[in-house]
Design a binder for this molecule. Structure first.
Ligand SMILES: Cc1cc2nc3c(=O)[nH]c(=O)nc-3n(C[C@H](O)[C@H](O)[C@H](O)COP(=O)(O)OP(=O)(O)OC[C@H]3O[C@@H](n4cnc5c(N)ncnc54)[C@H](O)[C@@H]3O)c2cc1C
Length: 395
């Protein structure tokens, strides 16, 4: 049984069926449809695997997951485009970090990277400006909500019940089994897999695990380029990320689809509600959990300057437009219209360390995915394989 009908839970169910054909599985999702949270509110990028520490699970799962995802999309008619992306250094100080990204990309097996001089970068993105750039051919775009729906169709075709409107409310063990009480009734299974995204720490604790991380929610807010200015960005344009910060910095992404649309963002601001998609979203329990987690204050002590910059860009369209103009100088405040938002589930350890890699917690008859931030949508089928192999040991 899997709790959570986001892309990771659905991919895990698919991988379980592959690992153990004939297994009876059920996915419980509290919302009325799958992919209602992180999966359906992300940037839609199929990450190439540029950023991640070589040898890390993120690096391995991104490479394998991308290959499996493209194959799945081809087989199931889900549109995707391998459009490539540009990482742009806007000043000389960023060039050594761009060099490091290139080294990481090579160590992670990318063969489609090309280093560009300022003149060459304009061949890819005529309106971008910088002192150097890296073109990564392997990066692509897809609609992850569509991917998740296709995973669900495939699961249902293979006999798996994906039960929506079913919130897991209590978890107990009985000899040889795990019993989950949910708003749609009780389910008993030999193994429980928790893939609850923004609630992953709570579901693990509900199951009796003593996990030493907490999910801290970071909202990512998007702006849309006005339709008549969308031509300023052809595909994807990213800054060189700050290595001390787990997010990628304000960037541009073309959305897949018939109408041409380009998003700017997401930023990364502390959210006072785990599933809160507006600036005024507030939930007392969620805010309390952040405020009472010692790791949050240790993390904030280290990153307060970057955090304040993000908060400022959240409330000031002019400041956000300046960050955009650093990459594409023609962009002004008038070109930006408010877009959607997503909330990232970032696990933070008690020590204040941002958990960088994908992380799991295990107990008898249970596997919980505790940290599955970006690129977990790209990597979903590979994460699913990893989780399924751990879970299958209990079957
Ligand atoms: C703004 C943003 C941009 C991103 N961009 C990208 C990108 O471009 N490329 C990429 O690869 N990744 C990206 N990511 C990361 C990616 O979206 C996530 O890593 C991925 O979607 C995580 O999937 P998940 O299934 O773990 O979580 P979710 O999609 O959040 O799913 C968890 C599910 O569990 C359900 N749930 C929770 N509690 C319960 C309960 N008690 N009972 C039943 N169900 C429950 C929730 O309703 C939810 O549907 C981005 C994330 C964000 C937020």
């Amino acid at each position: 049984m899997i709790v959570g009908g986001g892309i990771v839970g659905l991919a895990t169910a698919l991988a379980l069926l592959d690992a153990r054909p004939g297994t009876t599985a059920v996915v419980l999702e509290k919302e009325a449809e799958v992919a209602a949270h992180q999966t359906g509110r992300n940037s839609g990028v199929i990450h190439a695997g540029l950023y991640y520490r070589p040898g890390s699970m993120k690096a391995r799962a991104c490479a394998r997951g991308r290959m499996l995802l493209e194959r799945f999309c081809e087989a199931h008619g889900v549109p995707f485009e391998r459009c490539g992306k540009l990482v742009v250094a806007t000043n000389a100080a960023e060039v050594p970090r761009l060099d490091e990204l290139e080294r990481r990309g090579r160590a992670n097996g990318l063969t489609g990277m090309k280093r560009l001089e300022p003149g060459e970068l304009r061949e890819y993105e005529p309106n971008a400006a910088g002192v150097a750039a890296l073109h990564v051919a392997e990066t692509g775009i897809v609609d992850y909500r569509e991917v998740a729906r296709a995973y669900r169709r495939e699961l249902e075709a293979r006999g798996v019940a994906v039960v929506t409107g079913a919130r897991a409310t209590a978890i107990a063990r009985r000899t040889g089994d795990v019993v989950v009480e949910s708003t749609a009734g009780a389910v008993e299974a030999r193994v429980l897999v928790g893939c609850a995204g923004l609630a992953s720490d709570r579901v693990a604790r509900m199951a009796g695990l003593d996990v030493d991380v907490a999910i801290v929610p970071f909202r990512g807010e998007y702006w849309m380029l006005a339709p008549e200015r969308a031509h300023l960005v052809k595909n994807l344009v990213y800054p060189v990320p700050d290595p001390a910060f787990p997010f990628l910095g304000v960037h541009f992404t073309r959305r897949i689809g018939e109408a041409r649309s380009v998003e700017a963002g997401p930023n990364a601001v502390l959210a006072l509600k785990r599933e809160g998609y507006t600036r005024t979203s507030f939930d007392a329990r969620d805010a309390w959990d952040v405020a009472t987690w010692p790791g949050f204050w240790r993390m904030a002590g280290k990153h307060w300057r970057a955090g304040l910059g993000e908060q400022w860009r959240s409330v000031s369209r002019a400041a956000f437009a300046r960050a955009c103009a650093a990459l594409v100088p023609a962009i002004t405040e008038r070109d930006l219209a408010p877009g959607g938002a997503g909330v990232r589930a970032q696990a933070i350890a008690r020590s204040g360390a941002l958990v960088d890699d994908f992380a799991f917690a295990e107990a008898e008859r249970m596997v919980h995915v505790l940290n599955a931030p970006s690129p977990a949508a790209t990597a979903s089928l590979a994460i699913g394989e990893e989780v399924a192999s751990r879970a299958a040991a209990w079957l």
